[in-house]
Design a binder for this molecule. Structure first.
Ligand code: HXC
Ligand code: NAP
Length: 283
């Protein structure tokens, strides 16, 4: 899809880069010439991902860091700059989530998700943004949200609140930091199979089937599809895009339309019921 050296010499920092979508994005960036910084709590996952990236011929630095802690984030950014001299792009991908009835949430349960997603994205954005502004070379920030950042969703209220906040931060900083040539965009994925998301959100196979049927494309996303979209948004060719959120969900979030739910039936069944309705009206 892209020329092989599209991200050559870019230094990209991916939070949560040791697992799931973060790992897939990081590997794709490395294939296209970027050097990577991977940051999250579990260093063993980061080291394994970093080894895969090095095998692709790129440089990779794994840094243990809890994004909820501003001091750890500052230290992680300093380490990355010491290693590579600069950071060109930040992908705020780290997240936490679980299904819960909102009336059952303790204050600590709400905090546990919001502190990772909203506060963590802010701490990383703030630390990397200060570095980019001081360096004067511009930069690129990409936030991984989800479509319920604007629709809301039952049973994931802390995550919905936090992702909505990250989306507001995306649009706010796109304006505030444009003068420093820092772009700020977001991607809103629908369901993409990962161990982390499936463990948190798909308690049994019936949830998975329900989730799949809700998607007009009738399939989940593929990691490479998301990684290629992220690549486009980090590449210089998308320099005029900022403050945007790009949805990649097979049409899922639009399923709220009144009769869209009928698409779960095969076309023959739909034909039969439409025909029956027509006959009833004598047409
Ligand atoms: C209710 C829960 C809970 C649950 C934890 N808590 N899990 N409450 N239901 N399932 C409560 C605990 O009782 C505790 O409150 C508080 O939350 C903190 O719990 P800890 O386990 O101490 O939290 P912590 O170790 O900080 O872990 C954070 C976490 C965890 C979010 C709970 O799951 C995590 O680290 N997740 C990271 C990976 C992840 O979740 N990936 C999925 C991303 S998927 P009390 O009051 O008892 O102290 C995603 C997809 C979005 O974002 C869109 C899909 C379409
Ligand atoms: P995942 O593998 O569970 O990724 C979450 C990552 O966040 C992990 O690598 C985790 O690493 C890191 N993390 C969690 N808490 C952290 C903390 N306090 N400090 C630093 N890192 C932390 O799940 P995923 O599905 O790939 O999700 C990646 C992103 O895509 C998330 O933003 C998620 O909301 C978004 N998304 C996913 C889907 C989907 O269907 N998969 C859909 C929409 C949006 P450690 O445990 O090592 O810290």
């Amino acid at each position: 899809m892209f020329q092989k050296d599209l991200l050559k010499q870019k230094v990209v920092l991916v939070t949560g880069g040791g697992t799931g979508l973060g790992r897939s994005m990081a590997k794709r960036f490395a294939e296209l010439g970027a050097n990577l910084v991977l940051a999250s709590r579990k260093v063993e996952n980061l080291e394994a991902a970093a080894a895969e990236i090095r095998a692709l011929g790129a440089r990779a630095l794994a840094v243990g860091c809890d994004v909820r802690e501003p001091d750890q984030v500052d230290a992680m950014v300093a380490k990355a700059v010491a290693e590579f001299g600069r950071i060109d792009a930040l992908v705020n991908n780290a997240a936490g989530n679980f299904l819960a009835k909102t009336e059952d949430l303790s204050p600590n349960a709400f905090n546990s998700v919001v502190r990772i997603v909203l506060h963590g994205s802010f701490h990383c954005t703030s630390a990397v943004g200060r570095h980019m502004i001081a360096r004067g070379g511009g930069g690129n920030i990409l936030n991984i949200v989800t479509t319920y950042a604007w629709t809301g969703s039952a049973f994931v209220v802390p995550s919905a609140c936090a992702k909505a906040g990250v989306l507001a931060m995306t649009r706010s900083l796109a304006v505030e930091w444009a003068r420093y040539r820092i772009r700020v965009n977001a991607i809103a994925p629908g369901p993409f199979p990962t161990e982390g998301a499936w463990q948190a959100l798909m308690p049994d196979p019936s949830y998975e089937e329900m989730a799949r049927l809700r998607i007009p494309a009738k399939r989940f996303g593929r990691h490479e599809e998301l990684a290629d979209l992220a690549t486009y948004l980090l590449a210089d060719g998308s320099d005029y895009m900022t403050g945007e959120v790009v949805t990649i969900d097979g049409g899922e979030w639009l399923m709220g339309g009144e009769f869209n739910g009928l698409t779960i039936f095969p076309p023959e069944t739909i034909d039969q019921s439409f025909e029956a309705a027509r006959k009833k009206r004598g047409k």
